[in-house]
Write a protein that binds this ligand. Structure first.
Ligand code: CA
Length: 230
């Protein structure tokens, strides 16, 4: 999942970005409203974390401009305790949630998870595909009872495939949603990640080809269609 963080307080921004990257999210960071709108135009984000008081355009102006063209992307506003009016205006302008500063990082993460689940119209925190289960809170994947020893990026790739289960997604789409924008990733290195995920599944006793490579189109995570894997 790729997030755009718009926050001009450098220290706070770097703490948030560091924490979220540690949890496996791809993060782009904008320091002001203008940069936020630019990044929003050229990239695809699953969620935007938007501070209200920003240089150039403030957060509410950014929100209005985004909502003029996109009612789908999830927006979480960050506001100072005193700015009650800003929060109300923000929600009225189409923010999906808000958090008052200072906040606990765990709470920020919980709200992000909730908004991302909502944007994929999923209410469960555990997603299943045949005998594979993906736990979005602990960010772990199990095959039967065995924990797959995935890296954060491998988990993120698999989570994106789970959210798009039974749908072919292109390499570009996966890269767009899993890696930060400044990373120049080629589809070959995505191929390497997918290969590594599959190998870890095989090593855990997996004998069903859940992830299929559709030549020229991309990848698909599919439920086993010929009975249970024994
Ligand atoms: Ca600010």
């Amino acid at each position: 999942m790729k997030l755009l963080l718009v926050e001009d307080e450098e220290e706070l921004a770097s703490i948030i970005a560091k924490g979220l990257r540690k949890s496996g999210y791809a993060i782009d960071h904008a320091y002001d409203g203008e940069e936020a709108l630019y990044l929003y135009e050229v990239n695809e984000y699953d969620l935007i974390i938007l501070d209200v008081n920003l240089p150039k355009f403030d957060g509410l102006e950014v929100l209005n401009r985004i909502r003029n063209q996109d009612s789908f992307v999830k927006v979480l506003i960050l506001s100072a305790r005193s700015d009650v009016d800003d929060r109300v205006t923000g929600l009225d302008s189409g923010a999906n949630d808000y958090l008052v500063k200072p906040f606990d990082f765990k709470e920020l993460e919980a709200r992000i998870r909730m908004l991302l689940r909502r944007s994929f119209i999923q209410t469960a925190t555990v997603l299943a595909c045949g005998d594979l289960t993906l736990h979005t809170v602990s960010k772990t994947v199990y095959y039967h009872e065995s924990l797959l020893p995935l890296t954060k990026k491998e988990y993120a790739v698999l989570e994106y495939l789970f959210h798009n289960k039974n749908t072919v997604v292109s390499s570009e789409q996966i890269i767009e949603h899993v890696w930060d924008s400044e990373v120049d990733l080629f589809s070959n290195s995505l191929k390497y990640h997918i290969h590594s995920i599959k190998k870890k599944m095989y090593d855990s006793g997996y004998d069903v080809e859940y992830i299929k490579n559709i030549r020229g189109q991309g990848y698909i995570l599919m439920e086993d269609d010929h009975g249970t894997a024994e």
